[in-house]
Each structure stands twice: as C-alpha cells, then as structure tokens.
Ligand binder design. Structure first.
Ligand code: UDP
Ligand code: MG
Length: 154
C-alpha cells in the first residue's frame, strides 16, 4: 500500500497538538508505519526544502523548523499521499478550509502544523531521507478488513 511522509512541526510540539493531529490520521484509517522524534539540522532542511532556499523567508523557516525536535511519521494507506494532503489543507492556515488540519489548528502561513509529502515520488524520497529502512514496519493491522473492501487491499 502507498506510503506518505509527515512532519509534526516544532510549533505543533510547543502547542501540545501532537495527539490531536495523530488522532485524525488514525481515525481516518491510515496506519502508522514509522514514527520517531528527531532534531532537524540545516543540512537536512536544505535538502527537504530545496525548492525554497532562495526565498526571503527561508532563514525564518530554518529557525522555526529547528526550534524544538519534531516528530516524523510514515503513514500507510490506499492513495495515502493524496488523502493526507487533502486532510492537511492549504499552506496558509488562515486560508485553509475548516475541517482540514491547518484550517482547524492554525493561524499562520509558516507555523502550519505539519509537513505532508506532495507526490508519490517525493514521499518515497522523503521517507528515505528521514528514516532508515529498519524504522519502517510492514505489518497488517487487525482493522484492515473493516477499513477496506477486499479489492482495495493490494
Ligand atoms: N512557507 C512560508 N511562507 C511561504 C511559503 C511557505 O513560511 O510563503 C513555509 C511553510 O511552513 C510551508 C513550507 O514553507 O509549509 C513549505 O512550503 P511549500 O510551498 O512546500 O508548502 P506546503 O507543501 O507545506 O503546503
Ligand atoms: Mg511542500
């Protein structure tokens, strides 16, 4: 099944929203394939946000992402990348639709609760960037047959 990559950003740790954000993914039916706390450094952030390194806000983004450790997650599910992006909402929390994570939990464009991979190709790259292979677990949750029809399970 497809996998996607999430970061619970430092502001989410600071604001005590970790449980509520993870709860949404679990209630939706996504399975946790990997989860850990880690401190991000400038090197990994320059790779992860390489599309933004020349933007004027990049120094502030770096500082924000290094403010505390983060929680990184690999979530598994059918069409997981698209499902999680749509649960995440627009980049700016003030513009994100109510019902999305950013729309419900934030007020900022930068401090926008989570990162979520934006394509299947990037999800693979990001999972490999932040996790070692042995940190991603392949198991079949007991709830899988109640979560999907047989033809939806790979
Ligand atoms: N960001 C920002 N100002 C901007 C655009 C982006 O501070 O004008 C930050 C924000 O934290 C965002 C991250 O940079 O989540 C990555 O930007 P991207 O365009 O990839 O947005 P995302 O994929 O996170 O919605
Ligand atoms: Mg992005």
């Amino acid at each position: 099944m497809e996998q996607t990559f999430i970061i619970l950003k430092p502001s989410t740790i600071q604001r005590g929203l970790v449980g509520q954000v993870i709860d949404r993914f679990q209630k939706k039916g996504l399975f946790i394939a990997g989860i850990k706390m880690m401190r991000l450094d400038e090197k990994i952030l320059r790779e992860h946000y390489s599309h933004l390194v020349d933007r004027p806000f990049f120094p502030d983004l770096l500082k924000s992402m290094m403010a505390t450790p983060v929680i990184v997650m690999c979530l598994r599910g059918k069409d997981a990348v698209e499902v999680v992006r749509s649960m995440t909402g627009a980049t700016n929390c003030r513009k994100a639709a109510s019902g999305t994570i950013r729309g419900d939990f934030g007020m900022s464009g930068q401090e926008n609760i989570i990162h979520a991979s934006d394509s299947v190709d990037n999800a693979i790259i990001e999972i490999n960037r932040f996790f070692r292979p042995e940190e991603i677990f392949d198991y079949s949750p007991l709830t899988i047959s109640a979560t999907y029809s047989p033809d939806e399970i790979d």
